[in-house]
Ligand binder design. Structure first.
Ligand code: FAD
Length: 528
């Protein structure tokens, strides 16, 4: 019966007083997964409160802070692609902030033991770092935007516990389009089914509209310096250890440019060129025509409020048009963005879903086969199933694969290979540039039939049919599997080297699709 961490955080948020501290000399905005200046609620609250503080103390300053915990990466909890992207985003953020005379300071947390950021040790360290950023005797006010993973929620609660007459802490809801806890069923609980939840999401946004956009955003005046001058702080640059830097991917096939400007350009370009064909093209693997906004959204270079407003206007100022009932690409695109909110709301309401536990408890008894060698082959793209291997190789080389790709390989791992979905979820988290705990475990739960509003367990993708539908000529497969580059036989491109066909350097499928399907059905029937 312990209260949920989100409930505890919301109580703290409710009690925090804006402009309540009159003796503040330093306001610090703690950047986490909100690496942008535009439409950043916590940052704009920091600026607002700095203005109020300046009325009492004309030397009051705003400083931006970013903390990094090596353990998260060393323990392979986070992806090197994502880290590389975030480091580039930070250097661009630093430039943007310097235009308004705000310094971005970087601090590196090196825990002696394996404690994560939620520890009290971190909160003590964090407070000391903040104190060291204050140049004079006044009080310190730290602002941040909420993160909804359980460890992060507890971390913020620990920081709240450190508040005293000199150190104030505030958290704001910013990550979702509609904040968690707002949309409830008639009985006041969190929805477990997406469709009615989504209807509510749309209704809520339409009915709370205030202005021409469907969801309000906040603006920062980049022509108005926040501080009189740009302060210099020690440890101004990233001081990461050599071993840590080795964790970054060395080669990359075009890491997206990690700037806010590029995030907005990507959004604009998607709406100009491809959004109207989203329904028809999103699953065609060789086209790769979805928005590619996920890395920007996950690291916070663009808010989903901005993305949803774009979709709303492109759809004739509506999120749900009555005159186009079916197949409306704009609406379906916004609906996908809403899935992200849905999974975050679910994670807040059932915190165990961020701790490697299946939403559906009853699936915890499934007897997974967990063949380590088959799992390894899946990871590196050597299963002999061309579509699976092409996708997994693309993931390793670029850190990005589309939703259809994710569904195909997740279904194959959890059903055909009968490997525990959590192994796959970890592998994705370690390699995706857009790795996000809620969407990732939500997506894995969906495909493996263990999660919230998931596919029925008997829905097992047929790899042959998936290739037929989404890569009919094998273009995608050929582009990622050099061994198949010269193969023209569509049957081989769809099913692999079956019936004794020999392809140099490319193995025959490690499982028979029909047999493995039957085995999965039996294991799920027995386990649930
Ligand atoms: P678009 O199709 O252009 O969609 C626009 C945006 O909507 C995305 O950027 C994303 O923010 C959101 N979105 C789209 N589909 C979903 C979805 N199914 N669930 C939640 N949000 C969605 N998404 C992540 O951001 N991080 C993850 O770690 C992640 N892991 C996944 C794992 C599995 C097994 C599955 C099936 C899906 C996962 N997704 C994840 C969701 C989705 O696949 C990606 O968001 C999407 O492929 C990103 O490409 P895009 O930006 O071009 O998407």
């Amino acid at each position: 019966k312990r209260p949920k961490p989100i409930t505890l955080l919301n109580e703290r948020i409710k009690n925090q007083k804006l402009n309540g501290q009159t003796n503040v000399s330093t306001v610090i905005h703690w950047f986490r997964t909100d690496l942008r200046v535009e439409d950043n609620i916590g940052l704009s609250k920091a600026i607002e409160q700095l203005s109020a503080a300046k009325k009492h103390n004309k030397n009051a300053q705003l400083v931006a802070l970013y903390t990094i915990n090596e353990h998260d990466f060393r323990a392979h909890l986070e992806s090197g692609w994502k880290l590389k992207f975030a480091l580039e985003a930070l250097s661009s953020l630093r430039k943007s902030l310097s235009k308004i005379n705000v310094a971005l300071v970087f601090r590196h947390f090196e825990p002696k033991d394996a404690l994560l950021s939620r520890s009290s040790q971190f909160a003590d360290w964090f407070k000391t770092q903040c104190m060291s950023l204050s140049s004079n005797e006044g009080e310190i006010l730290v602002t941040s935007n909420a993160q909804y993973e359980t460890d992060e929620l507890y971390r913020d609660l620990k920081v709240f516990d450190k508040t005293d007459s000199k150190f104030h802490y505030q958290v704001f809801h910013d990550q979702c389009t509609v904040e968690p806890g707002v949309l409830t069923t008639g009985k006041g609980s969190q929805y477990t089914v997406f469709t009615p939840w989504y209807k509510k999401w749309v209704e809520y946004l339409h009915s709370h509209q205030d202005g021409k956009d469907v969801v309000s955003t906040v603006e920062i005046d980049m022509n108005k310096p926040v501080n009189e001058k740009l302060e210099k702080y020690e440890s101004h640059s990233y001081s990461l250890s050599k071993e840590f830097l080795e964790y970054l991917p060395i080669e990359d096939l075009g890491l997206p440019e990690a700037t806010e400007k590029e995030a907005h350009r990507t959004l604009q370009e998607f709406f100009n060129a491809r959004a109207s064909k989203y329904n028809e093209e999103k699953d065609i693997l060789a086209l790769d025509s979805t928005s590619h906004l996920s890395c920007y959204i996950t690291s916070g270079l663009i808010s989903t409020r901005t993305v949803v407003n774009f979709g709303y206007h492109a759809n004739g100022d509506s999120l749900m048009r009555r005159d186009i009932k079916q197949n409306n690409s704009m609406e379906n695109f916004v609906k996908e963005v809403a899935w992200r909110d849905f999974y975050k709301h679910v994670m807040c309401n059932w915190p165990y879903t961020s701790m490697d536990i299946a939403f559906k408890f009853e699936t915890m008894d499934i007897k997974w086969d967990n063949d380590v060698e088959q799992f390894r082959k899946w990871c590196v793209g050597e299963t002999g199933l061309p579509i699976v291997d092409a996708i997994m190789r693309k993931l390793l080389q670029t850190g990005y694969i589309s939703n259809r790709c994710r569904m195909i390989v997740a279904s194959f791992l959890s059903k055909n290979l009968l490997v525990d979905w959590r192994w796959g979820e970890r592998w994705f988290r370690k390699h995706l540039i857009d790795a996000d705990l809620a969407s990732n475990s939500g997506g894995w739960g969906f495909c493996s039939s263990t999660g919230v509003d998931s596919q029925p367990y008997f829905r097992i993708f047929n790899m042959k049919l998936q290739t037929e539908r989404y890569d009919p000529q094998g273009d995608f497969v050929k582009s990622w599997i050099p061994e198949l580059e010269k193969v023209d036989d569509v049957k081989i491109l769809r099913e692999g080297a079956v019936n004794g066909t020999d392809i140099e350097g490319y193995c025959a499928p490690i499982v028979d699709l029909k047999e493995s399907r039957e085995r999965a059905l039996e294991a799920f029937r027995e386990g649930m």
